[in-house]
Design a protein around this ligand. Structure first.
Ligand SMILES: Cc1cc2nc3c(=O)[nH]c(=O)nc-3n(C[C@H](O)[C@H](O)[C@H](O)COP(=O)(O)OP(=O)(O)OC[C@H]3O[C@@H](n4cnc5c(N)ncnc54)[C@H](O)[C@@H]3O)c2cc1C
Length: 412
């Protein structure tokens, strides 16, 4: 006899577990199916593990220059296995937190692959579950390139690279989106020889072109080799043939060319949220979709901030300059080196670019330490249509990076 639930959710990534927690808090009887580990890609193979390893990489990189700041550490070195151990502990701690929250919310959790039968029926481990409403949040998986399928040893995806037990001497990264860029920065910090191949004209093709160009400067300064407007034609043993006629080689190849939804077919009457939709594949977008689906709280899909982590961070929200008609907007740019705090922190590389129309911000593009926090201030301003004059009335603390936003406003 089938058990009945108000809401059935397939997939316990950020989309699925957020939907489950919010629905349960309103008193609904919720069942959540997960075939792997709670937390999905974000917690187990995405946002959290990469940012944890990145933090170790940044610390190591900073320590290399610590003497300039009067700090001496003898025999500076790193132990990659300990870095991975720390990453695993961080992930486990956070996973336990979500598991506890689901338990406290009385969400029924089934650790099994679930199959959607119809808009009210889910099958898992030969048991049928009836649900008044069903949400599919099955996420996404790495895309491969034709003729360069993952062998999980030489040609890696973003899951494989997290399973490395040691670092390669060299790596070729195909794709310079957020994942490719973050791994390039992590590995270069650990002295791996990194080469990035990007098919588009500039690195980080989804960013504003000024930001991409800035990243190119940063890559050069960190000795990360890159080719733009270039593709990998074929891999012949260990020879990697590029579209520009050059041949390169590397101990490992990371393919980071995007992700594809984990979806069989859509069933009418069922809701699909998160990466499975193939829209904006970001954890905070998945979370907002979940809350919107369950609690009806709307959000503006054109105002989803993007962040690329590393030192300095890169973040943007709203419109890009290359998408605007000449003469239809104003812009102001401020170099981070003009801010006192950036010199206190020995991190003065970067810029803030603000685009405006009719006395309101329509887009912002930032390369700076703390850019992930700065972009949220701009998102608030755009979403609430706060005029430039009103923003100028706000008191920004000193010395901070936020002051850069304030100073930029006076340049418009
Ligand atoms: C390397 C990397 C770094 C990233 N960094 C960031 C970042 O810094 N910031 C950011 O916002 N985003 C980042 N992302 C993207 C982010 O991880 C995803 O956008 C997010 O995880 C999507 O959440 P989701 O719930 O839609 O899907 P997922 O997290 O993919 O979760 C889907 C879940 O469904 C389960 N599932 C699938 N099919 C079934 C089934 N039939 N039965 C039961 N369970 C099933 C899966 O096992 C999985 O646990 C990163 C991604 C990667 C790969």
């Amino acid at each position: 006899m089938a058990e009945n639930f108000d809401l059935g959710i397939i997939g316990a990534g950020p989309a699925g577990y957020t939907a489950a927690l919010h629905a349960a808090s309103t008193g609904l009887k919720v069942i959540l199916f997960e075939k792997d580990k709670i937390g999905g890609v974000c917690l187990n193979r995405g946002c959290i593990p990469t940012k944890t390893i990145l933090h170790s990489a940044e610390l190591y990189e900073e320590m290399k220059c610590a003497q300039e700041l009067g700090i001496y550490a003898e025999k500076l070195d790193f132990d990659f296995s300990k870095i991975i151990e720390h990453k695993d502990k961080t992930v486990e701690k956070l996973r336990k937190g979500i598991e506890l929250a689901l338990k406290n919310a009385k969400v029924t959790l089934i650790n099994a692959a679930a199959k959607l039968i119809d808009k009210n029926t889910i099958l898992a481990d030969d048991v049928t579950y009836k649900c008044s409403k069903i949400i599919v949040a099955t996420g996404s998986e790495p895309k491969s390139l034709k003729g360069m399928e993952f062998d999980h040893n030489y040609i890696l995806n973003s899951d494989d690279i997290l399973n490395l037990t040691g670092l390669p001497e060299s790596i070729l990264i195909i794709g310079s989106g957020a994942i490719g860029t973050e791994w390039a920065r992590i590995l270069a910090a650990f002295d791996v020889e990194v080469t990035v191949i990007e098919a588009a004209e500039h690195l980080l093709p989804l960013a504003d072109t000024d930001i991409s160009k800035r990243l190119e400067r940063i890559f050069k300064s960190k000795k990360i080799k890159f080719y733009t407007s270039t593709t990998v034609e074929k891999i012949d043993n260990t020879k990697i043939h590029l579209s520009n006629g050059e041949t390169v080689s590397a101990e490992k190849i990371l393919v980071a060319v995007g992700r594809k939804p984990c979806l069989d077919e859509k069933i009418e009457g069922v809701s699909y949220i998160g990466d499975v939709c193939g829209e904006i594949q970001l954890a905070h977008y998945a979370i907002k979709q979940a809350i919107s689906e369950v609690s009806g709280i709307p959000f503006d899909k054109s105002l989803v901030p993007s962040v690329v982590y590393g030192c300095p961070e890169i973040a943007w929200v709203g419109l890009r300059e290359q998408d605007l008609e000449a003469g239809s907007y104003q812009k102001a740019t401020l170099l981070i080196s003009s801010l006192g705090k950036s010199h206190c922190d020995n991190c003065s590389d970067g810029l803030i670019k603000i685009l405006t129309q009719n006395n309101k911000i329509i887009g912002a593009h930032i390369v700076s330490k703390e850019a992930s926090a700065l972009i949220q201030q701009i998102t608030l301003a755009i979403q609430n249509e706060i005029s430039i004059n009103k923003l100028k009335e706000i008191c920004f603390a000193h010395p901070t990076y936020s002051e850069g936003i304030f100073e930029c406003l006076f340049k418009i």
